[in-house]
Write a protein that binds this ligand. Structure first.
Ligand code: AR6
Ligand code: MG
Length: 317
């Protein structure tokens, strides 16, 4: 494959990977642990793979980045709000819908984040939607961190919420830089993330993830890394699912589901990183073809790739 084709495939893989991971994990939340056979039987019987708020908000991030050719907080908040109003049934966490209503009543976008939880939310809602930021800024880490933080601010202003989003975006970016099929070095991958992340809670979890490489005991993995809705109990877990199963999108996502807990979000994040590493060709055809709104998500990914090319002066406007 030509390098240009591979890069395009990684943009599509990161966004489609979020959607497929989310849709595969949906329906298994809170029920743990699952054996592989049960999961695969349920998935075989599913018709359309419906995604949840994770992908719905990821789409909003991409739509706004594309429309504004970069981050615009008021615009992204407007897109989140109108998307939510159009499809409020996607399974949103408790906080964001309350904030969208406040935004409609005139509250400024950058002040919403403090309104629901004391100190802001540290839920995984900012990290679950961040793949487009990791893709667009995969070669500009300073901007990646800045846009990850400011896009989180809209709904997740707690420093742990923002840091989780930045870490997930960076994991996607590092996966972009790696040749699929090359021998994957989990230890080196995790060390890069440890060097990037600025909060001890995450560093400590990533160190534990290193020690858990090669383990297949799902209760032990979930116990050590967490599988909850908090960003620090799910972003490192998703990173582990990818890093310990880097050669297979299917295995990475299924491990996230087997862990139980917040399965849709952990699988969405593992799927985003895996898609960014393997490209969309890594997503199993049976899953890919069943994803709701697949064509639209792919169009968005292609537009994001076009924006990246223009920003780098590789394509005329
Ligand atoms: N103090 C205490 N609990 C908190 C705090 C805090 N500062 N911040 C978050 N929580 P929310 P999300 C807990 O409402 O992150 C969907 O199913 C609290 O228990 O900001 O967008 C997705 O698929 C709160 O209910 O929403 C994801 O699974 C929870 O974190 C998830 O929900 C979620 O925070 C994403 O939710
Ligand atoms: Mg969800």
């Amino acid at each position: 494959m030509l390098p240009d084709d591979l890069l395009r495939s990684k943009f599509v893989g990161a966004l489609i990977g979020t959607g497929v991971g989310d849709a595969v994990g949906a329906g298994f939340e809170g029920l743990a642990p699952f054996d592989l056979q049960t999961i695969e039987t349920v998935l075989e019987e599913r018709g359309v793979f419906r995604y949840t708020d994770d992908t719905h908000m990821m789409i909003g991030v991409a739509e706004s980045l594309v429309a504004k050719e970069g981050f615009d907080g008021a615009h992204m908040t407007e897109v989140f709000t109108s998307n939510y109003e159009a499809e409020p049934w996607r399974g949103y966490g408790p906080g964001p819908p309350l904030l969208f209503r406040m935004f409609r009543r005139g509250e400024p976008w950058d002040r919403l984040g403090e309104k629901v939880y004391h100190g802001g939310s540290y839920g995984n809602g900012a990290a679950m939607r961040i793949a487009p930021v990791g893709a667009l800024y995969h070669d500009d880490i300073e901007s990646l961190r800045e846009v990850a933080y400011s896009s989180s601010q809209i709904t997740h202003s707690h420093e742990l919420g923002k840091e989780g989003a930045a870490l997930q975006a960076y994991a996607v970016a590092v996966a972009f830089g790696m040749q699929p099929g090359s021998s994957f070095d989990a230890e080196a991958f995790l060390s890069k993330l440890i060097d990037f992340v600025q909060h001890t809670a995450y560093r400590e979890k990533l160190l534990r993830a290193k020690k858990l490489m090669g383990v297949d005991d799902v209760s032990l993995i979930a116990g050590e890394l967490g599988h909850g809705v908090e960003a620090f109990n799910s972003v490192p877990t998703a990173i582990y699912c990818f890093a310990s199963r880097a050669s297979s999108f299917k295995d990475a996502v299924l491990l996230a589901v087997r862990l139980g807990g917040d399965t849709d979000t952990i699988a969405a994040m593992a799927g985003a990183i895996s898609g960014a590493y393997l490209g969309v060709e890594g997503v199993p055809e049976r899953w890919y073809s069943k994803l709701e709104n697949r064509v639209y998500i792919e169009e968005l990914a292609n537009k994001l790739y076009g924006l990246w090319l223009r920003k780098r002066g590789l394509l005329s406007p």
